[in-house]
Design a binder for this molecule. Structure first.
Ligand code: F6P
Length: 326
């Protein structure tokens, strides 16, 4: 592979706390290795439209503690088209960018893989999404901060639930996966956790509430992952309200507060180490790989595997949550 001199870096998909640490990690590691760094703004959209700006070491000062992404982000429909990717390639060539680090979720890695099949510019990926739903890494940037945000919010809801003897359904993000739901459920001592990975949970939930009602269990917090088969917190609350007319039911959808905020120490460290590892991988002539953590160590997973294989919530741990909530 020709020697890399100039690398591009972008963030794409939903923003996640810790992305800035990753941008900083990429930029500083590249500069340390005498490479030029070009920040590509607005994700793949910026690649298509040539929204480039050189990043010097000082441009990434004072960002490690900030949520969101200084490079901005987007979910690009145009990059899913042959024409869009061709335009992106032409812009990269014109700018002299000979390798790219992409930071984002599964859609971002999919885009990188597609581009890598068509063009000869090496891409390396960094998993950044609050959902933690990417195969090939135990952990994605943003997940820890989002979890802590959710836990703080649910602790507050718990105060109201117990003061009023209420049954709360709290909906959390996570797209089609239940990672945020299951860990925040354990952390807050939720009475039940509904995740997309497990089917037919509503029946068990009704049993649980029935028993709780008989022994006069006053308040309950039920966490509902947005992708759960029940159709979300409002839908399940409606069904339950029909069966348990005496319960005082409330719904709280946490929404986008889960995506923002100051990144946790864990997300800052992970973002920094992933950023460093991504540049090292490119310098080591690797391409089409995603950086990750496996058993606490930096690992590399091919784009193909990261996309084709699925990471699942550990259902055994979900059973532990049930035992603990009795
Ligand atoms: O992938 C991150 C995520 O926050 C998901 O949890 C959620 O389903 C989705 O993005 C929301 O996307 P948007 O910000 O486009 O509404």
């Amino acid at each position: 592979m020709a020697k890399i001199k100039k690398i591009g870096v972008l963030t794409s998909g939903g923003d996640a706390p810790g992305m800035n640490a990753a941008i900083r990690g990429v930029t500083r590691t590249a500069i340390y290795n005498r490479l030029k760094v070009i920040g590509i703004r607005h994700g793949y959209e910026g690649m298509i439209h040539g929204l480039f700006k050189e990043l010097k070491a000082h441009n990434v000062s004072d960002i490690i503690q900030k949520g969101g992404t200084i490079l901005k982000t987007a979910r690009s429909k145009a990059f899913r088209t042959v024409e869009g990717r061709k335009q992106a390639y032409e812009h990269l060539k014109r700018e002299g960018i000979d390798a790219v680090v992409v930071i984002g979720g599964d859609g971002t890695i999919m885009g990188a893989r597609k581009f890598s099949e068509e063009y000869d510019i090496p891409f390396v990926g960094i998993p950044g999404t609050i959902d933690n739903d990417i195969y090939g890494t135990d952990y994605t940037i943003g997940y820890d901060t989002a979890l802590n945000t959710v836990v703080e919010a649910i602790d507050k809801i718990r105060d109201t639930a117990s003061s009023h003897n209420r049954l709360f359904f709290v909906e959390v993000m996570g797209a089609d996966a239940g990672f945020i739901a299951y860990r925040s459920g354990i952390a807050t001592g939720a009475e039940a956790i509904l995740v997309p990975e497990m089917k037919g949970q509503v029946v068990g939930l009704k049993d649980y509430l029935e028993k709780g009602f008989k022994r006069k269990k006053a308040s309950n917090i039920i966490i509902v992952a947005e992708g759960d088969e029940s159709g979300g917190a409002f839908a399940i609350a409606k069904k339950v309200k029909n069966d348990f007319k005496d319960y005082d039911v409330r719904v709280s959808v946490l929404g986008h507060i889960q995506r923002g905020g100051t990144p946790s120490a864990y997300d800052r460290v992970t973002g920094s180490l992933f950023g460093h590892a991504a540049v090292e991988a490119l310098l080591d002539d690797q391409k089409s790989v995603m950086i990750g953590y496996t058993d606490g160590e930096i690992s590399h997973c091919t784009f193909n595997k990261a996309i084709k294989l699925q990471k699942h919530v550990d259902l055994e741990k979900l059973e532990i949550a049930e035992i603990l909530s009795v």
